[in-house]
Design a protein around this ligand. Structure first.
Ligand code: HEC
Ligand code: HEC
Length: 470
């Protein structure tokens, strides 16, 4: 009797083990062949590393921001109120609960610079990494990707809450932050290639024209601070417009061929290498011979910004590009909630218009919201000026001719900007690379005129509800 039970029990174990083994082979690769690795294990490791790099890695750029510009000296005197007004965000998860309670009950002195230093020390200020003296003041400061490309959900107070990677910080006044640095001589030296007598005060004035949510990466390549004329459908809408572009979201980007506003630079990983090395001034390697063109990129050509080489042992960027790339592509677009973020009935009617009468789907192809394939259009096709497009390298167009263009921008997660994130309306609105349209209605009105769509007010309303549903 006992023997039978034993047999039955061991049979069961064998069956279970066999089933488990089968299960494993269908969901993962053969665990015995460790030289193949596994997609699951690899992706999890890449995401963990990429998230850490995105949030915390300065790539050694403190040698520039602290070492050269002395930015930490102004941060030593920055009150928390001033920091929040510059658009810096505070991650509540990095704060001890006593500090969170004190913020909520209003007993933290937001006019005391020592509080700012404490927040930085706790790694609670998104994208700002402090290096401290023994007396608690900053000795240097570095920046990470998160300073521009992350925000918070305002759950504790405006600009204080849980961190959200990849949503652009459209409050951040990058220009004013850089302008506050005591030593702008390194920036003066770069710009003097194009503007021989430029002073630090003139550089500060240029930086302060950018305003919240914008950065001008190309300024340090071509020295062009202003678009002489913003033109939409043949009409000059503004003159002398700051050349800075809006910080885009780093979410919902997988499947897109070209990235950034113009598309002409390359993909996410191209742009990451460029920004980490040439803009953040991390210690790394970056190659692009297109920068050697002295007419288009006088500064970059002279400073040889397309030929930055660091030996592999000291390179703090290159080995991080793969996980950083992977993490960004893994971040999904923020999902709108029916009935809260958009009106579902109107959105359904808008869906018909999007691929029908309004013909938006011609370029913003559902469900990628850009073209599968070559996702770039000339200023002429877009019926807007080509200032920003011409600042980027040319692509090869029809008949092998060089053309400059704008990338068909991602539309997923657009509602965040129409509403303002989590009911904190400061970062509301602004669309197109230079933010020329304040609201989605302005965008749709402009398409209506530029492409003679003949949309009625009701149709515009429905189309906007659809855009908010993406
Ligand atoms: C000082 C602010 C700032 C910092 C720091 C910064 N970026 Fe950006 N990022 C921008 C701006 C502005 C653009 C748009 C550039 C353009 O198209 O002219 C951009 C573009 C991008 C894009 C393209 C998005 C799209 O829709 O195609 C990605 C991805 C990105 N950045 C990731 C990163 C990563 C990763 C880092 C860190 C290595 C980083 N950025 C650092 C401001 C910043
Ligand atoms: C010919 C191709 C094309 C068509 C047609 C088109 N778009 Fe676009 N769209 C673009 C490009 C290119 C951009 C980026 C412009 C820039 O860089 O400033 C863009 C940007 C946008 C943006 C701003 C995104 C942002 O993050 O700021 C919105 C919103 C938008 N389009 C909605 C629409 C709607 C609605 C329609 C139909 C009425 C439409 N588009 C038709 C190519 C197109």
């Amino acid at each position: 009797m006992g023997k039978h039970y034993l047999l039955l029990a061991s049979l069961l174990i064998i069956v279970i083990a066999a089933l488990a083994a089968q299960n494993q082979t269908t969901t993962t690769e053969d665990p015995s062949s460790s030289f193949l690795g596994s997609a699951e294990g690899n992706s999890q490791a890449m995401i963990n590393q990429g998230r850490h790099i995105f949030r915390s890695d300065t790539f050694g750029d403190e040698a520039f921001w602290g070492g050269k510009l002395k930015l930490h000296e102004s941060i030593n005197h920055l009150t928390p109120n001033q920091a929040l007004n510059l658009g810096l965000k505070v991650d509540s998860a990095a704060l001890p609960s006593t500090v969170v309670q004190a913020i909520q009950s209003g007993t933290v002195n937001l006019n005391d610079p020592a509080v700012t230093l404490l927040l930085i020390k706790l790694n609670a200020v998104l994208g700002v990494k402090g290096f401290f003296n023994e007396n608690g003041t900053l000795r240097s400061v570095g920046l990470t990707c998160a300073v521009c490309h992350a925000t918070v959900d305002n759950s504790i107070a405006p600009s204080i809450g849980r961190r959200i990677d990849g949503v652009a910080n459209r409050d951040l006044n990058v220009g004013s932050i850089i302008a506050s640095a005591p030593n702008l001589q390194p920036v003066v030296d770069l710009l003097s290639v194009v503007h021989p007598n430029i002073t630090a005060d003139q550089v500060r004035a240029i930086l302060r024209t950018w305003g919240p949510g914008k950065f001008d990466a190309e300024l340090f390549l071509d020295g062009k601070a202003f678009n002489p004329q913003q033109v939409t459908n043949g009409v000059v809408t503004r003159t002398h417009v700051p050349g800075a572009t809006l910080i885009p979201n780093a979410r919902g980007l997988s499947g897109h061929n070209l990235h950034t506003w113009t598309g002409a630079w390359g993909t996410v990983t191209y742009w990451n290498a460029f920004v980490a090395v040439d803009e953040m001034h991390g210690k790394g390697t970056f190659f692009d011979e297109r920068f050697d063109n002295p007419e288009q990129f006088p500064i970059a050509a002279k400073a040889r910004l397309g030929h930055i080489s660091t030996d592999p042992d000291s390179d703090r960027v290159t080995k991080k590009l793969a996980p950083l790339h992977f993490y960004q592509l893994a971040l999904p677009a923020v999902k709108p909630r029916p009935g809260i973020d958009f009106d579902p009935d109107a959105a359904e009617r808008g869906d018909e218009l999007f691929s029908g009468k309004a013909n938006c789907n011609r370029c913003h192809r559902e469900p990628l919201w850009t073209e599968p394939g070559w996702n770039q259009h000339t200023p002429g096709e877009m019926k807007i000026d080509g200032f920003e497009a011409r600042r980027a390298p040319a692509s090869i167009g029809p008949q092998g001719k060089p053309v400059h263009g704008y990338r068909t921008m991602n539309l997923a997660g657009l509602f965040v900007r129409e509403r303002g994130l989590f009911m904190f309306p400061r970062d509301k609105g602004r669309f197109y690379h230079d933010g020329r349209f304040k609201t989605l209605l302005d965008v749709v009105n402009s398409y209506d005129v530029r492409f003679n769509l003949g949309l009625t007010d009701q149709e515009k309303h429905d189309l906007i509800e659809y855009l908010k549903s993406l």
